[in-house]
Ligand binder design. Structure first.
Ligand SMILES: Nc1ncnc2c1ncn2[C@@H]1O[C@H](COP(=O)(O)OP(=O)(O)OP(=O)(O)O)[C@@H](O)[C@H]1O
Ligand SMILES: [Mg+2]
Length: 271
């Protein structure tokens, strides 16, 4: 004998609708990114450690060696990627699809395109940030890509959490610095990422040199048993980093990114 099905209460129905919507969104994002081989996010718990610098230079280096690269700037409050790439032309919009803008062989989508002026602060609440990232992931026609690099804002705010929950990532590149505090934050974020069952592809250490020291990133990698992908010295070369990524203007920085790219290739192969 079958029990008659009871009609869900309005609250239950609303919850079911939300679950269905989230599932449909995830499926549509997965489909939309089906021609993207590797999806990699650059992340740190602490602000200002060099995530955007690493994301833009890594993307530009990979494109310059012949890979097909996309860069998705999810920093809705402070989108800087367009400035570093020197991009002002917004993505083309056709039949509900966005075609990313392109410079130095890197296809780019960023909230920076949708700000009216550079100084305009985008103060969005959590659900709007979640919706904006979801919309971009569903609407953007990236085409065939070998790598989609995702630049994240710091901390555990809505943007990183949305990306972790909706984007089928290969894993994270974590950025840290030689300072103790940055490493405590890095450890915390790595543990959070691991709780969500997302892989850590490796750690990079930025701002290495006489001023801040060296080695904290490598020892953190050993302690947490993740690959160490490379170190980047604190250099004046980055002063010219507006409109052109430093890997295209400095041979020494380019060498550092060549090593990062090789180590990342190894990390991706081992997945
Ligand atoms: N190795 C380096 N040597 C010198 N300057 C650097 C280096 N790495 C980054 N910078 C500079 O430090 C500043 C902050 O870097 P960046 O914007 O990449 O940090 P971020 O982690 O993305 O910050 P946020 O948390 O705000 O997103 C930038 O002006 C950048 O050019
Ligand atoms: Mg940044």
């Amino acid at each position: 004998m079958t029990t008659p099905q009871r009609t869900p209460t309005p609250q239950e129905q609303a919850r079911l609708d939300n679950i269905k919507k989230a599932w449909q969104e995830r499926r549509s994002i997965k489909q939309n990114l089906s021609k993207v081989k590797h999806k990699i996010a650059v992340y740190s718990g602490k602000g200002g450690v060099g995530k955007t610098t690493v994301a833009v230079n890594l993307a530009t280096y990979l494109a310059s060696r012949g890979d097909k690269v996309g860069l998705f700037d999810t920093d809705i409050d402070c989108p800087n990627v367009t400035k570093v790439l020197g991009l002002s032309e917004p993505p083309a919009h056709n039949n509900g699809k966005l075609t990313p803008s392109e410079r130095f062989g890197v296809k780019c989508i960023s909230m920076g395109f949708f700000q009216k002026s550079e100084e305009e602060a985008i103060i969005w609440r959590g659900p709007m940030i979640h919706n904006a990232i979801n919309q971009f992931l569903q609407m953007t026609d990236w085409g065939d890509l070998t790598h989609l690099i995702v630049d994240l804002p710091p901390g555990t705010s809505d943007a990183p959490l949305t990306v972790m929950q909706t984007l089928p990532l290969d894993g994270f590149v974590m950025v840290t610095t030689p300072q103790i505090l940055a490493n405590i934050d890095a450890k915390r974020s790595i543990n959070m990422v691991r709780k969500l069952n997302i892989k850590i592809l490796g750690i990079v250490e930025n701002y290495v040199g006489d001023i801040f020291g060296e080695g904290a990133g490598k020892s953190l990698a050993e302690e947490l048993d993740v690959p160490f992908l490379g170190s980047f010295e604190l250099r004046s070369d980055y002063r010219k980093s507006v409109n052109k990524p430093t890997v295209l203007t400095s041979a020494t920085v380019r060498n550092e990114y060549e090593k990062l790219a090789q180590n990342l290739d190894n990390s991706l192969q081992q997945l």
